[in-house]
Design a protein around this ligand. Structure first.
Ligand code: NDP
Length: 281
């Protein structure tokens, strides 16, 4: 039985789990295919039903791993994929979406994101997303790697306020978004989706986090993840190709940070005191 994972609400009113599964670097090595599929399946069993992928990852290879993981259980899953900015035109978006649907072996994507801002006018991409919604190929759309200025521009466009999320680099090593983007998003009820929540594994080896985590019988990675998930309106999407990591990530939901923990975390990873440019990887 899937455990119940805390949820946050999209502007559409739909509830989505605050902990999902990333897939970058999956689908790159055929020898790892079965492990990756099994890790994602275990994540689904444990309630991490939001899966994040992209046409870019292994040039569709990650979407094929996801297809194998969700085979026979599509309705359990909230599927997120992304279109490259170079495909974000009126004709490029539907063609990219059809390719992703083929790789994913499904008839719909739940949330389709523009991977990062590019040179195609945003209004054209939004129009193409809205057309895909009408065609039933995507249920919702959103963006990724948009700073506050980009979000302001987006919501001022026709149908721009249909944006459901902004997926950004946000973790203890990258707290810049707390200064302006996070409050801006929270105020408008647009959840942030935090990518690289354990800083691609770097935070898993942080000794200061290890010391705090020890008080909870947890690992540094779990603490880093628990911290992201305590931020209001934030969804974390760690990538774990190992089942042991999948289990640990779900268990991180049970960590309750004390005020002492939070103060110590703030000393080790100070929150921003001024506006910083949004970082991306
Ligand atoms: P993460 O911060 O999720 O780190 C992934 C690494 O951490 C992997 O090496 C993984 O190991 C390891 N790890 C996971 N869980 C644990 C754990 N409990 N203990 C120790 N190590 C752990 O980085 P990602 O960059 O992968 O970000 C997550 C997802 O966000 C991506 O997979 C992708 O879906 C999305 N993303 C989106 C971007 C965008 O531009 N929109 C950019 C980057 C990422 P292992 O795999 O061996 O289990």
């Amino acid at each position: 039985m899937p455990s119940t994972i805390r949820t946050t609400t999209l502007p559409s009113g739909e509830a989505v789990p605050v902990l999902g599964q990333g897939t970058w670097k999956m689908g790159e090595n055929a020898r790892r295919h079965a492990d990756e599929v099994n890790a994602l399946k275990l994540g689904l069993d444990l309630g991490m039903t939001l899966i994040d992928t992209a046409e870019m990852y292994a040039s569709g290879g990650a979407e094929e791993v996801v297809a194998d993981a969700i085979a026979g259980r599509r309705d359990e899953v909230f599927l997120v994929s992304k279109v490259l900015p170079s495909n974000a035109s009126r004709t490029g978006v539907p063609a990219a979406c059809d390719r992703s649907l083929r790789h994913l072996r499904t008839d719909r994507i739940d949330l389709y994101l523009l991977h990062w801002p590019g040179s195609v006018p945003l209004a054209e991409t939004v129009e193409a997303f809205e057309a895909l919604k009408k065609a039933g190929k995507i249920r919702h759309w959103g963006v990724s790697n948009f700073d506050t200025h980009g979000m302001e521009e987006l919501v001022s466009l026709p149908a721009g306020d249909s944006v459901q999320t902004n997926q950004i680099l946000y973790n203890l090593s990258q707290r810049g978004p707390e200064f302006d983007l996070a409050p801006w998003s929270r105020q408008r009820g647009i959840p942030l989706m935090a990518y690289s929540p354990v800083d691609q594994g770097v935070l898993a080896r942080n000794t200061r986090l290890e010391a705090i985590a020890a008080r909870h019988n947890a690992t540094a990675a779990q603490l880093a993840l628990a911290w992201v998930m305590t931020q209001d309106g934030v969804i974390a999407i760690p990538k774990a190709g190992r089942q042991e990591h999948v289990r640990q990530n779900v268990a991180a939901l049970d960590i309750e940070l004390t005020s002492e923990d939070s103060a110590e975390i703030d000393r080790a990873f100070p929150p921003p005191t001024r506006k910083r440019g949004l970082q991306m990887i």
